[in-house]
Design a protein around this ligand. Structure first.
Ligand code: ADP
Ligand code: MG
Length: 625
């Protein structure tokens, strides 16, 4: 009971206890130690930083650099609290350009581990070494080392088991360390970095790289290809970096990296500004890829609000927000042109004077609501909610029907001959490509198939009064996804005559482990041999074997997403593509199964599958009204 406690006299805390308390803020886990040590190396002007970790960085961590070094006489000061070479006055506190300035990191780390500092100043004949265990100096003396500093930490938290309990598995701690080093390495592509984990080299990055070259060591090619470079200034504020197109947005949030004056930060304001740029172009669960460097005069930002300096405070938040939004606008709008030319109705929508609408079948339960939300977040036309407009479709909509729909189309390689024929050319060539003059009635909804346009859109007439365009890829995607959903994907597999061999990037290999069960339940037969070799012996029946490698690369590039997301990707990869000519019977069988598919109005990514023009819409288009 507190009230009964006998009072103790006020005393100053012993130095070691003070350091351990400070360590509680700065040294949370191996990754936070690594961050401090690498920052010290960069502050010392290192051109290369080599990191070695064992046991997730808990058992042992070595950070070696070729920076300015520490003179022997200052070694013990380096592990003394509030001793720093980076700050001399309070005024400087508001204009720091170094990563460190509190003089807290090394003493904190030394108070909760066994720390050996070895350093040699350039042109000095000899290196010196200092050995500290749990804050107490064990020994000191001359040593051998090339110019620079080597910090070795062993047995983190060995003397504070309570803290040890908060750590996660070795693999997780190692991953966090890797993440920290990656973030620093992206901020300084001029510096060479290497990481060795448990005796295995994870990466070795040469110095003097461009940001793009450096990113390519961490992000898969599919993500990189969509990146757009940006740079924008306003007064003394500058935002630069690279960002992905909206169409490349992913469900993983961890490819949004922000830096303020070269310092990696987690900042809500910056994240909000970035998302705001992409608003309306990405779905609510999606995140763009952004690597953004914000540079501003040091007095415009307070980096002293967080002990590990991961949060910052801007003097003029409004200006920062506006600049970041503007800077990202070119990347965020990078798809806009393509979208515009592909969709005449989008220009109609923005003009607001015409009434074409996303084609809407009757709502099928809750799913219809969520589709509507998706459509709205994409800026699509409001769903046709005028009474009467959907009557024709209601006639055949039967979302309750329980029937496993067979796949009508094994996507297949077609001979390319007919595609180049001009549309009006006489002769037999293109005859099987379009429905020709004879409309083909469908079994439901008073629909007739008229033909294919641009090898991508299926043209339908409904009840004489309505023109309906169906995106063949989107429709097929929806059909395949629904099939997988209903069959719960059964795990059927189509064996490959020749196993496919893939060499995985370490991050892909780690991801493969995590997704192993899901991939198997999709129908992949996989084997992993050492050194990141993945051998694929079977693929899901819906997936063309030729697409398997591409699918796996994409799936392993993405961190979030379990089975549901794999299904979406699988349906996208398996579906007939836009630009593929379809014979009449192929188009008809696709349309028939699609009409039988619940939730058919949007593709799995949230794009509309069909667009309809009523007679009134057409009249307005022709300015008859
Ligand atoms: P801070 O970085 O805030 O100054 P630290 O405890 O991290 O505090 O480091 C204390 C001091 O030790 C630094 O100010 C610097 O002079 C010296 N130091 C630490 N690491 C290195 C290094 N890798 N190379 C050169 N000097 C270093
Ligand atoms: Mg420091």
């Amino acid at each position: 009971m507190l009230a009964r406690m006998t009072r103790k006299a006020i005393t100053l805390l012993p130095e070691i206890l003070r350091n351990q308390i400070a360590a509680g803020e700065v040294v949370e886990r191996p990754a936070s130690v690594l961050k401090e040590l690498v920052e010290n190396s960069l502050d010392a002007g290192a051109a290369r930083v080599d990191v070695t970790l064992e046991g997730g960085g808990v058992a042992r961590m070595v950070v070696q650099d070729d920076g300015a070094g520490i003179p022997p006489a200052e070694l013990s000061l380096a592990v003394t609290r509030h001793a720093t070479s980076k700050l001399a006055s309070v005024s400087e506190l508001f204009s720091v350009t170094s990563y460190g300035f509190r003089g807290e990191a090394l003493p904190s780390i030394a108070s909760v581990s066994h720390l050996t500092l070895t350093s040699r100043v350039q042109d000095e004949p000899e290196a010196a070494r200092l050995d500290v265990e749990c804050g107490a100096v064990l020994s000191e003396g001359p040593a051998a080392l090339a110019a620079g500093t080597r910090v070795e930490m062993r047995r983190l938290f060995a003397s504070t088991p309570a803290r040890l309990k908060f750590l996660r598995t070795e693999a997780t701690e190692a991953k966090r360390c890797q993440e920290v080093l990656m973030r620093m390495a992206l901020a300084r592509p001029d510096v060479a970095f290497s990481l060795t984990l448990g005796g295995r080299e994870v990466f070795r990055l040469p110095g003097g790289q461009t940001l793009q070259a450096r990113l390519s060591q961490f992000w898969p090619p599919a993500v990189l290809e969509g990146l757009v470079e940006f740079s924008r200034e306003h007064g003394e504020l500058r935002a630069r970096g690279m960002a992905g197109r909206p169409s490349h947005a992913q469900n993983r949030p961890d490819r949004m990296l922000f830096y303020v004056n070269g310092r990696p930060v987690q900042d809500r304001l910056l994240a909000r500004a970035a998302r705001d740029s992409y608003k309306g172009r990405i779905l609510s669960g999606e995140h763009p890829q952004v690597v953004l460097f914000l540079d501003l005069p040091p007095e415009e930002v307070d980096v002293n609000v967080h002990p590990a300096k991961q949060e910052v405070r801007f003097r003029d938040e409004g200006a920062v927000f506006a600049l970041v939004r503007l800077a990202l606008a070119p990347a965020a709008g990078a798809d806009a042109l393509a979208e515009q030319s592909a969709s005449y109705s989008s220009s109609i929508r923005s003009g607001g004077s015409y009434g074409s609408q996303a084609w809407t079948p009757p709502p099928s339960g809750a799913a219809a609501g969520s589709s509507a939300d998706r459509a709205e977040s994409r800026g699509a036309a409001p769903l046709g909610d005028k009474p009467g407009m959907l009557r024709g479709w209601q006639a055949f909509s039967n979302p309750e029907r329980e029937r496993v729909v067979p796949l009508p189309l094994a996507p297949r390689q077609r001979s390319p001959e007919p595609t180049s024929s001009p549309g009006l050319a006489p002769g037999p060539g293109p005859a099987h490509l379009s429905a020709g003059p004879e409309p083909r009635p469908l079994s439901q909804g008073g629909l007739e198939y008229l033909g294919q346009i641009a090898d991508t859109y299926l043209v339908l007439r409904q009840g004489g009064g309505k023109l309906v365009l169906v995106d063949q890829h989107a429709a097929h995607e929806r059909v395949i996804l629904e099939n997988m959903r209903r069959a719960r994907s059964g795990g059927d597999s189509q064996p490959l005559a020749l196993p496919l061999e893939l060499t995985l990037h370490p991050s892909e290999a780690a991801r493969a482990q995590e997704l192993w069960d899901e991939l198997r339940s999709c129908g992949f037969l996989l084997e992993m041999s050492g050194a990141g070799k993945l051998s694929v012996r079977g693929v899901p029946p819906s997936l063309p074997a030729g697409k398997a490698a591409e699918f796996l690369r994409d799936a392993l590039a993405d961190r979030t997403g379990g089975l549901a997301e794999l299904w979406t990707m699988l349906s996208c990869k398996s579906a007939i593509k836009a630009g593929q000519p379809l014979a009449v019977d192929e188009a008809l069988s696709l349309l028939e199964v699609w009409l039988d598919t619940p939730d058919r109005d949007f593709c799995p990514h949230g794009r509309p599958v069909a667009v309809a023009f009523g007679a009134a819409d057409l009249e307005r288009l022709f300015k008859r009204k």
